[in-house]
Write a protein that binds this ligand. Structure first.
Ligand code: SF4
Ligand code: SF4
Length: 524
């Protein structure tokens, strides 16, 4: 298999049995074999896995790394097994087995936030297995409504039959953009611009003050809405005057982090010479817009004795998947996988501060691309807080910390779990964690979607839907005994702030305030 857009085949990549199936059933560190974090495997037990049992014979491929279209085996006259080609060789991901697993229970439709507020949206069952079957007939176009799916992925984890809904949606959306969307339309170029936020951010960060002034001008916002269809209702996120990468380089790069971590290990009574490192996938937003979150991650990990390595990287691809720009996403994924897989080979785990980034590396890359090294990176990627809970006594250290609300700056947070955190089984961890701190609390504002879904809520024609979806979360935030919000996702944070006017923090910022002495002090 040479096409990177084909589903991932572990055996082709030579990954042996260090593979993964789905993210929401994470293995612990060191166990490189995982299925789903919630304990389910996509196809029950008959997955392709040298460690678990026989290769499946039903032709499934997409998530389990099995053979795409082997369609079963038969015994020939000589008694040898010969493959029988039941279905034609698939050019795209063979999602037939997933589609066949749908028994039309409609559970997915009842969890879809877009279907809840937009009666014209046919819902995930149609976007997934039904549309997939329809498009198998050559003259059938992808329905336009695929562009109304926000890629929140709630349907994906809701399906009791493990139908790979988000993979189907991503595949259908990409086909729709490739074959049916005019490449000269403003909508195409608007979506391309939003999907490639990193390019825009690199330009914006060159002259951040000027860019902030221009993008914050109401006239410019009106022009953006009229010409490009980017809503004028939202305030464009401000670029930091110094990017995270520039801050990291200025403080001495990896050498400083190694030294800070060595000192911390010494102070903690650990082996100062131990090789304790993590590779940080910061993504575009923490680099250009919220470097304080990325800096908090570095300080917190160093305080636990980890050197933080920051390899070359590009956008995780999340906005590209959501806009059907699969080729752009593949190019970004290739840079990321090649860059991080070298470190993973060296025993270094990957940590993310954004739950959509960890989602992309853990689930979407293996579902959509066959870039060598993808499975290893996926199997060794963690949400940053999750990583510390798995590998360190984070809860215990918080419980023992001599911290008051005035150290943290806030007594009560209104916490929203992003949909992509839910998909990774991480929705409860922040509230649990903060309950360890004396005098500081986080109140969960419910399981509704924030509604912004990355670039979705930035589109003029989707703004109203986005706000209707977010209404429940805004209401619960206002009902909570808190005036500061908290979430792991930067675009959920934008929506929370937009809907309530609250300031929003990342859990890592609270950990930094609680656990790190002199977080702003850098190594001499
Ligand atoms: S939840 Fe799964 S099985 Fe039920 S209708 Fe949706 S895709 Fe089909
Ligand atoms: S990904 Fe979200 S918006 Fe799209 S169909 Fe599924 S639940 Fe609905």
């Amino acid at each position: 298999m040479t096409d990177d857009t084909q589903p991932h085949d572990e055996t082709a990549d030579g990954q042996g049995d260090e593979h993964q199936h789905r993210v929401d059933g994470r293995s612990q560190q060191g166990d490189e074999h995982q299925h789903r974090v919630d304990g389910r495997s996509r196809q029950g037990d008959d997955h392709a896995c040298s460690g678990c049992g026989p290769t499946p014979t039903d032709g499934r491929t997409a998530t389990d790394g099995g053979t795409a279209t082997d369609g079963g085996t038969a015994v020939d006259d000589g008694g040898d097994f010969e493959p029988i080609q039941v279905f034609p060789e698939a050019e795209d991901a063979d999602l037939r087995p997933g589609a066949d697993d749908c028994y039309k229970c409609s559970t997915c439709d009842t969890t879809c936030p877009v279907a809840e507020v937009d009666e014209d949206f046919p819902g995930p069952k149609f976007q997934g297995p039904e549309q997939w079957r329809l498009k198998r007939s050559e003259d059938h176009d992808i329905d336009d409504s695929i562009s109304k799916c926000s890629n929140c992925m709630r349907c994906d984890s809701a399906c009791p039959s493990d139908v790979p809904l988000s993979q189907m949606h991503n595949t259908a959306r990409a086909q729709y953009v490739d074959d049916q969307m005019s490449k000269t339309s403003l909508t195409y170029w608007r979506n391309r611009l939003l999907a490639n936020y990193g390019t825009m951010a690199r330009l914006g960060s060159t002259f951040p003050r000027l860019t902030n002034a221009v993008m914050g001008n109401s006239l410019v916002q009106q022009v953006n809405e009229k010409v490009l269809g980017i809503t004028a209702e939202r305030e464009f996120p401000k670029f930091a005057t110094e990017t995270f990468r520039s801050w990291y380089a200025k403080r001495g790069g990896e050498a400083t982090s190694v030294e800070n971590a060595r000192r911390a290990r010494e102070a903690r009574g650990e082996d100062p010479e131990a090789d304790k490192r993590v590779a940080y996938f910061h993504g575009d937003y923490a680099n250009h817009n919220t470097p304080e979150v990325a800096q908090a991650l570095v300080h917190v990990f160093e305080s636990f004795g980890y050197a933080v390595v920051v390899p070359e990287q590009r956008c995780s691809g999340t906005p590209m998947f959501a806009n059907g720009m699969l080729e752009d996403a593949r190019r970004a994924a290739k840079v990321n996988v090649e860059s991080f897989s070298e470190l993973v080979e060296d025993g270094v785990d990957v940590v993310c501060s954004c739950t959509s980034c960890s989602m992309a590396l853990r689930q979407e890359y293996p579902e959509l691309f066959s870039i060598p090294g993808t499975a290893k990176v996926a199997a060794n990627t963690y949400d940053a807080v999750e990583y510390l809970r798995v590998n360190e006594d984070l809860d215990g250290e918080l419980a023992a910390a001599d911290v008051t609300a005035s150290d943290v700056g806030v007594e009560e947070f209104a916490y929203h779990a992003p949909c992509h955190a839910r998909n990774q089984g991480l929705d409860g961890q922040t509230v649990e964690l903060l309950s360890q701190l004396d005098g500081v609390d986080a109140e969960d504002v419910g399981d509704s979607c924030s509604g912004i879904s990355g670039t979705y809520g930035w589109k003029e024609e989707k703004y109203e839907t986005s706000m209707k979806i977010g209404a429940e979360m805004f209401e619960h935030m206002e009902d909570a005994d808190a005036t500061t919000g908290m979430t792991e996702c930067p675009t959920c944070a934008m929506q929370m702030e937009h809907g309530t006017g609250y300031e929003i923090e990342h859990p890592l910022q609270v950990l930094e305030a609680a656990l790190v002495d002199g977080a702003g002090d850098e190594a001499a």
